[in-house]
Design a binder for this molecule. Sequence first.
Ligand SMILES: [Zn+2]
Length: 288
Amino acid sequence: MTQMSLFGPPEGGPNPKPPSDQLVPLNVLITVKAAPHPSERYGETVCVAGLSIDLQRRGWIRLYPINFRELASDDRFRKYDVVTVTARPNPQDQRRESFRPMLDTMVTERHLEPWRPRRALLDEHVQDSMCRLNRDARADANAQSLALIRPRSVDGLDVESHPGWTADEQRKIDAYMRQPDLFSDQDRTALEPPRFRAHYRYHCQEPGCGSHRQGVLDWELVAFQRRLAGASDDELRRAISAKFLDELCSPTRDVAFYVGNQAKRAHVFSVLGVYWPPKRLAPRQRRR
Ligand SMILES: [Zn+2]
């Protein structure tokens, strides 16, 4: 349980947490799969988040921890799958959106193909002020911790060498590698950091916004680098920019960022993924 606990909902925040330990059935549109993070017990864990589409519980939901090595494959569920899962509020996490999923109850109901059915559920949850989320999180660690923010402008993507795991992360990896192998078929390899990390720079729509710079914690940034393992550093750096800036944040897209904060540092938000449906012209614009 470290910084890998992210995400939040529309104005006013999510529902209050149910009493601790109460099992809750959730119906969630998965929108975010964060990059894997070292874990002493599992090798790595992943935070997944999405929108609860249950009418009784509309709002953002964080599911953590998820241990992909125990699932049949990384494709067990994908972004924009609608899943049902039983979960309980995470007692070690003050954030209202956080639930601990019981993975053996997870069922994928359907997959939403772009972009119309996704927009129908997500567009009303787009917010315009990252500045406000930052202010709220500073004032209250239990403020909204997951959101979908539409920037006024995407100003750049800084791609830089990954500094490697922190001492604490490396300690967890070492501890995991030392564990006796109880499950012979388990893939006990050390989690490698990706070659590069990246930060988006953008302005949100709040008047006077001084700009935001947020690290990218999207699983896809790691997977993308894995697929291009044979590329030189320069090639890889250019490819990351071409994909995550030029393509995902193209002017032809209605770009918004899925953002989430950290349980222990509530004021630090990261970009967990990009929402990039094709731009729709407003009726007024179309007539011109
Ligand atoms: Zn701002």
